[in-house]
Design a binder for this molecule. Structure first.
Ligand SMILES: [Zn+2]
Length: 287
């Protein structure tokens, strides 16, 4: 009996030490400045009434026992601090419409510094898609493994003309050119990032050809789905279809998939450009 008891306690100890690593995960929600104010109908043409919105440009930092992760790197550092800086790097039309308020201190490297990290402390950079407000600073992470859907890399380098092929349109060539020689994990479909079920990347095409989102298991909060531009804001969840889509059908399927994760798994949906949600949950850690 005594031996059995000892064995049992040994096994228990082993089980504790190899327990799922979700226990120590923490997620920080940052914004690369704000966009706006502008009329919501500029982004969501199906929305029935005009109203001005000012929205965050969400970036995420995940502390994970197997390595730190950044999900999206915001607007390029070059557009910080003034409309003149913006127009020197982005198309003037993008600056005039989006009205980015990004200060130098909002940029991902400074956000990491604020959190006690440097860009070199980031093991994995996941990029949802190659638009200017999501892939802006992948060039700041030469040591990281960059995870993108292979299709999205193709799309970023040669967007469909109707999605904007101008060199500095919604896709800014300089953003991805800066990181062309880095290490990429070019995936086609889902990825269990650390092989332990805690961080799952899954395709959510529609907004762009190879858009992807992320589902994370947090110890206290539970499962969260970080949609990025698969779902911009609450109005999209309410059924108002976004503009700018590569494919309306794929977009609607992706929104439905995310809603099902909410309704069947109990996952919380965290959206890229939702002002109210960021106000309630942004600029802080979630455990
Ligand atoms: Zn966006």
């Amino acid at each position: 009996m005594k031996k059995t008891g000892l064995l049992a306690s040994l096994i228990a100890t082993l089980c504790i030490s190899t327990a799922p690593s979700a226990q120590s995960q923490e997620l920080y929600w940052a914004t690369s400045g704000m966009f706006g104010p502008f009329n919501i109908q500029g982004l969501i043409p199906t929305f029935p009434t005009a109203k001005d919105i000012t929205i965050p440009v969400s970036m995420w930092v995940l502390k994970h026992p197997k390595g730190n992760v950044v999900f999206d790197t915001g607007n390029n550092v070059a557009i910080s601090d003034s409309a003149e800086n913006c127009k020197a790097y982005w198309a003037a039309g993008s600056c005039d419409f989006l009205k980015p308020s990004q200060k130098r201190s909002d940029v991902i490297d400074m956000q990491l510094k604020k959190l006690g990290m440097s860009t070199d402390d980031i093991k994995v950079v996941v990029t949802s898609h190659t638009h200017l407000d999501h892939a802006g600073n992948i060039g700041m992470f030469p040591k990281a493994i960059h995870v993108l859907q292979k299709k999205e890399l193709y799309q970023g380098w040669w967007p469909e003309k109707f999605q904007g092929r101008a060199v500095n349109g919604s896709f800014v060539l300089g953003d991805i050119a800066a990181a062309r020689d880095y290490t990429y994990y070019e995936i086609d479909g889902e990825l269990d990032l650390f092989g332990d079920g805690t961080v799952k990347i899954f395709p959510t095409p529609g907004h762009t050809l190879g858009h992807q989102s992320m589902k994370i298991k947090l110890p206290k909060t539970g499962s969260v789905v970080i949609t990025q531009d698969a779902v911009w804001m609450q109005e999209n969840l309410d059924g108002y279809v976004a503009g700018l889509n590569y494919s309306q059908q794929a977009y609607i399927d992706s929104v439905t998939k995310i809603k099902m994760m909410r309704d069947l798994e109990g996952a919380k949906i965290l959206m890229s450009h939702d002002a109210g949600q960021f106000q309630a949950m942004g600029d802080r850690w979630h455990k």
